[in-house]
Ligand binder design. Sequence first.
Ligand code: FES
Ligand SMILES: [Fe+2]
Length: 333
Amino acid sequence: MAYLSADSKVWAMAEKGVDSDISKAHTLPSRFYHHRETHDRVLKAFSGSWLFAAHQHEMVENNILPLPQMTDLGEAMVLTKSGADEGIRCLSNVCTHRGMLVALNPCNAKVLQCPYHGRTFSLDGGFRNMPEFAGVADFPSPSDDLKEYDVVGWKGLLFTRFRNSSPESASDFTPIRDELEHRLGWLEIDKLRYDSSRDRDYMIAANWALYVDNYLEGFHIPHVHPDLNESLDYDSYRTETFPGGVVQVGIARPGEACFNLPESSPDHGQRIGAYYYWLFPNTMLNFYPWGLSVNIVIPSDVEVTRILYRGYVGSLENLGEGAGGDLDKVEVE
Ligand code: FES
Ligand SMILES: [Fe+2]
């Protein structure tokens, strides 16, 4: 709740139900799941939050990567990689001429070229050229450049946000990075490889917050996910919070796939089958012994939500085993 502006009775109502003592807490009022006005207000919290964009491996073959999930969220963006340091930038994907999407597909090119009338931009977003515009007054101007957004990275995972940081908010990602580094700093997440065959795209008839609620509680596992329940030790399942997110730790039953945790891991000596991270508001990072599955939650309407899944594989050896084995089945359940 601290991430939402406390400017209305709606938040006061919600906060009444939130209690660190779970025996006193309540489900959020139903308007959070059904009412357009409340929904729209909650969505404003997306604009200043870090949103998952991609894994750097998606830019090994392509130095231009449009982010359609951000377009769905209301801000068309494209990642570019350029320069001797191969720095990654996030730019507006909206042409400054007449608003066409500049990059339609991942590709490899020296410039961005709008497919509508041919305007070109450097990979840092600067305006380069426009056919048929000789003699136009005050042209080009800084407003002809593509807007740039903040990008942060952790071990190859790239995040961006719609509203650029003020100096005071520049450290927003730090608590998230610290938590991930503390627990998973030993894991070679930067070496994971994007596997597009694991992409999934589901539309569900429910508010996005309901999907997040469901993700954040393990009570339904024995009832809804029988196979997952066989892989995890339900009684040892635990949930921890940190500023900006929640991690659920799934302990593998004997014989099920688990991480080989080094001594530097705070969980060393335990049989961890999965780490399920939720980062406010819409990113879920599911770490399994084989790699990482990401859920991106996109509120399409008050009661319509799109869920995109992305898979990044490290160890082929553990694919198909344990808690992260048959993800298609768990997702459909
Ligand atoms: S809209 Fe891009 S060049 Fe015209
Ligand atoms: Fe579930």
